[in-house]
Design a protein around this ligand. Structure first.
Ligand code: ARG
Length: 417
């Protein structure tokens, strides 16, 4: 008996070496994104979780030491609005002939690029055939490497709306998978998406830029339909993201109780106040406009979309500034997929140009977006949080564009880069 007791500490030691995978990260400094302060401390990671954040953590022989002495560590970045599936090199409407299988394979590539760029959790808002569910599961099951994903599956939309596909003539009888009209039909579609494994519901509340024959100013869905979508989704434990550029659609979506307004381009002061009073997040993708107007024509974006972008883009930036200065809750969302994946961080510069300080832009992409996602274990370098950690040379508070070149990426304790 005595002999066995004597062996116990030894056995525990063996166990911790073999299974706990302790990593000690020694950065120059850590950006505490909540306070905005730079702190001098080490980070001890064990079994994918941040175990300890403290000055001069004593080194033990079983630790793997990561020396980041020239770098600033910060929590993994998040993007609330991406489209990972599909080949982004396809021009114009070529995507219509891409199978879901091939789109998913490109999703694997795009997911990896996104993670390599320091985005450790992203939300995929729109994919057909649940290719995004497969991608999420493949990542979760460690068959492939990518960010933690929250996925919507096919976005709900009215017949002929932005979330339908209006390219083929009537004889093809084609409609997008998320098309549903009327309160009961939209409830059924929400249930179906839940059945096939989505995390959240996305729907189109107005027309859009990249769709044929839709008007960004016009609302799509009635208030009744929007309320039915939100009620059904919330009942099933899912958040709702509403695509909306025009004012009427934005207002209705807020009234219906959505969790975030995507794009929010033509929002006005009164509606910003309304969003604030209802705790609704605004996700304003203010980088992508430059990409669309700069590269769009040569990438085959049709003239009807460019025309709409010229109306929406500038207004959206002005309204971003107005909304932020009014105290709106701002998440970080970029519409990656329109521009190449992995370039998500380009948007930070725009957010700083349009009214945020660097720390406020970083907060949007960490603590704010984590709150929108309903996840309380990511977004900070903090004990018991998931070890999603990135690091850059220099200080991103002095130069926000440093985030465009992330040198170190750890996801759930695994060193990716
Ligand atoms: N997916 C959006 C749409 O087609 C993209 C909007 C991009 N433009 C912008 N200014 N955010 O409507």
């Amino acid at each position: 008996m005595k002999k066995i007791l004597y062996l116990i500490p030894f056995l525990i030691f063996i166990h911790s070496v073999a299974y706990s995978q302790a990593i000690l990260i020694k950065p120059k400094q850590i950006l505490d994104v909540r306070s905005g302060k730079l702190i001098n401390a080490d980070i001890l990671v064990e079994s994918g979780v941040i175990k300890k954040v403290a000055k001069n953590i004593p080194i033990k022989s079983e630790y793997e030491i990561i020396d980041l002495r020239d770098m600033t560590a910060l929590p993994g970045l998040m993007d609330a609005h991406v489209h990972l599936t599909g080949n982004t090199d396809l021009k114009g409407n070529e995507g219509i002939s891409e199978s879901s299988y091939l789109a998913t394979i490109y999703g694997v590539k795009n997911a990896k690029e996104t993670l390599m760029a320091g985005f450790t959790t992203v939300r995929n808002v729109g994919a057909s055939n649940y290719s995004d569910v497969a991608l999420r599961d493949g990542i979760e099951q460690k068959a492939i490497v990518g960010p933690t994903l929250l996925v919507s599956g096919p976005p709900l939309g009215i017949t002929g709306g932005h979330c339908d596909s209006n390219i083929l003539p009537a004889e093809y009888e084609y409609k997008a998978q998320g098309v549903a009209d009327g309160p009961w039909e939209v409830r059924r579609k929400v249930r179906e998406n839940k059945k096939y494994g989505v995390d959240l519901i996305k729907y189109c509340a107005t027309g859009g830029v990249m769709s044929k024959g839709t008007n960004v100013n016009n609302r799509q869905y009635t208030l009744d339909e929007m309320k039915a979508i939100v009620d059904e989704a919330h009942t099933l434990g899912m958040k709702v993201a509403a695509h909306a550029h025009g004012l009427q659609g934005i207002r209705m979506a807020i009234e219906a109780g959505v969790d975030s307004i995507e794009h929010s381009s033509l929002i006005d002061q009164e509606t910003v106040n309304y969003a604030i009073s209802k705790g609704v997040f605004l996700t304003m993708d203010i980088y992508v406009s430059d990409y669309i107007l700069g590269e769009g024509a040569k990438n085959g974006i049709p003239e009807y979309s460019l025309e709409k972008e010229r109306i929406v883009g500038k207004k959206q930036r002005e309204n971003f500034k107005m909304a932020f200065e009014s105290g709106a809750k701002m998440a970080f969302g970029t519409d990656a997929g329109i521009y190449p994946h992995g370039k998500n961080a380009r948007q930070f510069k725009y957010m700083v140009q349009w009214g945020m300080t660097p720390i406020e832009a970083i907060q949007a992409s960490t603590i704010n977006t984590a709150e929108l996602f309903g996840l309380n274990n990511i977004g900070e370098i903090k004990e018991s949080f998931d070890a999603d950690i990135v690091a850059v040379m220099g200080n991103p508070l002095d130069d926000i564009t440093l985030l465009e070149n992330i040198d170190f990426v750890m996801k759930e304790g695994q060193i990716i880069k």
